[in-house]
Ligand binder design. Structure first.
Ligand code: CP
Length: 323
């Protein structure tokens, strides 16, 4: 199956994964198909040696559970090796003033470099000077394209098609990079409509709304989650991004964060208002927006969604390195 899937990969042209905006519809079909082959591989055989002898470097300047671990597991399951640093802000020479450009120049002996950074655009800067493929694993409030791809894979697995589906995105849409990336990918599918649910001051940025308008994607904005519950096929919850609330001097702005903390909580009373066949997604980590009581609801998909990250990242590593 992997061989068949790879034969279709002649169209793969992407060198660095930096933004959801890079992907064409054909690219998305290819990634989703290859991820499905990886899922079967993991479930039936467990591993492959397709990336034997290759090494992935991970540099994470911001914390991560899912993204870093699933990239590392993905590389291991394909027979490759991993070298990396978490808390790179402190543990790498960034703490001595080294730029990200110099760091990736030095890491040219890797076969691929996965970067999470606190500054928007950092992965793009790295890619400009890198001799090897760069994967953006989240750049501040910018983008998280591999998360959006696994979100897409989760929706595809559930419904088979995207066309005609209503996706409600809830929470801190100003700072939420997963929402920015997913909204861009959804523009490739006809009849998709989006409901953005956020406090007024945390609305999704104008560049995303402009793109949706240009590509004819219907969207609405509301502050009330109740407006989305009865119509959404996918309820995509996100947390309020505490780490993005800063004072002008760079210190944490707890007061501003506390204004929004707990603004959307998907309790059982609210879940009851959703369609029977709808699903609840969340890129995780969650704070208080989905109580643990919701986990038993048959519509909860967030842990399965996180697991899909393994298959999608296996597919991306194979496509980037083996092409
Ligand atoms: N969804 C996501 O990016 O999770 P982590 O921050 O744990 O990687």
């Amino acid at each position: 199956l992997l061989q068949n899937s790879r034969q279709n990969n002649t169209a793969w042209h992407i060198r660095h994964i930096l933004s959801a905006r890079q992907f064409t519809r054909e690219d998305l079909d290819l990634v989703l198909e290859h991820a499905a082959a990886m899922e079967i591989l993991v479930k039936e055989k467990g591993w492959s040696n397709t990336l034997a002898g290759k090494v992935m470097a991970t540099i994470f300047y911001e914390p991560s559970t899912r993204t870093r671990m699933s990239f590392e597991f993905a590389m291991s399951k394909l027979g490759g090796k991993v070298c990396g640093t978490e808390n790179a802000k402190e543990f790498s020479s960034a703490s001595k003033g080294e730029t990200i450009e110099d760091t990736v120049r030095v890491l040219s002996y890797a076969d691929v470099i996965v970067i999470r950074h606190y500054e928007q655009g950092a992965a793009e800067r790295a890619a400009k000077v890198s001799a090897v493929p760069i994967i953006n694993a989240g750049d501040g409030p910018g983008e998280h394209p591999t998360q959006a791809l696994l979100d897409l894979y989760t929706i595809k697995k559930e419904f088979g098609v995207f066309d005609g589906k209503t996706i409600a995105m809830v929470g801190d849409l100003l700072n939420g990079r997963t929402v920015r990336s997913l909204a861009q990918l959804l523009t490739h599918f006809s009849g998709v409509s989006i409901i953005f649910v956020s406090p007024k001051k945390l609305r999704v940025c104008d560049d995303i709304k402009q793109l949706l308008k240009e590509r004819g994607v219907a969207f609405t904005e509301t502050e009330r989650i109740e407006d989305a519950l009865p119509t959404a096929d996918v309820l995509y919850m996100t947390r309020i991004q505490k780490e993005r609330f800063k004072n002008p001097d760079g210190t944490a702005n707890e007061e501003e964060y506390n204004k929004y903390k707990g603004v959307y909580v998907l309790g059982l009373d609210k879940i009851k208002q959703m369609k029977d066949k709808a699903i609840i997604m969340h890129p995780l980590p969650r704070v208080d927006e989905i109580p643990v009581e919701a986990d038993a609801d048959p519509r909860a998909r967030y842990f399965e969604q996180a697991k899909n990250g393994l298959y999608v990242r296996m597919a991306l590593l194979d496509l980037l390195i083996n092409k």
